[in-house]
Design a protein around this ligand. Sequence first.
Ligand SMILES: [Zn+2]
Length: 315
Amino acid sequence: MAMINSVLGPLDTSDIGTTLLHEHILSSSTAIPQNYPEVLDTGYMRMIVRKLKEAKAGGIDTVVDATTLDLGRDVNVLAEASRKSGVNIICCTGWWTEKPRFLSGISIDRLAKGFIREIREGIAGTDIKAGILKGASDKAGVQPEEEKVLRAVARAHHETGVPIMVHSYSPGQVGGRQIAILKEEGVPLNRVKIDHSNDTTDLEYLFWMLEQGCYLGMDRYPGEGASPLARTRTLKALIDAGYKDKLGVSHDWSLARYVASDSIIGSSSKRKKINPYDYLYIKKVVFPMLREMGVPDKVIDKILVDTPRKFFEGV
Ligand SMILES: [Zn+2]
């Protein structure tokens, strides 16, 4: 067992239960929920709580919220959502891919200090602490500011022992460079999860990352590009190869979100059509597919329990 930070205080890893390792409760842009709440649908909290309660009733105990500051993180929203729904929420520190000017000037160690304080003391004047670190790069590969963030995340990991999730672009094998940077910083790779790894079906690349010791976030469901079936076939191939305890299965699904082109769409009919089950899509759609493919129940029943616990415990 180990103690980790949830938005409502310390949580024992033996109590986290069925856990989704990469989701978003509310995502928008930097400081939007706090400064311009009127751009968000007024009913967003009610909707979030309803959907989290449905997830809880369907057996989801804990959700890791991968929403960094630049994705509009609001820890007070997360705490209220957790309190009202009974779902444990673990929030993150670090950065996604939006780069304000200060990131090009700041030193790595100074940036790391902020991440460390968010883990040890609290976020934005609250005593709500981060339980996971996050770095990110996408199609363009690891940009200079993103490398700085990733190194700061690595140094904050050394100080705090908190594990690292890495937003990656698997069709471009961007994980290779991200892993190299983390290795240079001396991070043990069993504390690292390379996310969005099921955006590719390239097993050779995925096996290479697993051989490095990383966890893989098989965390886009239903996802875009690769179909849910293709994603599940890839998942099965990795399970069959003996990696069931290294695969973080999740949705990367925002219950509510606001982006410029697309106001709150958590309840829109288009979105409902893509995923009518929110955080229960994996249980309702993916698990039956795995069963049909011949994956034993004892593996399926444990995959959302054992991997998250081991990832947080550093096994
Ligand atoms: Zn995400």
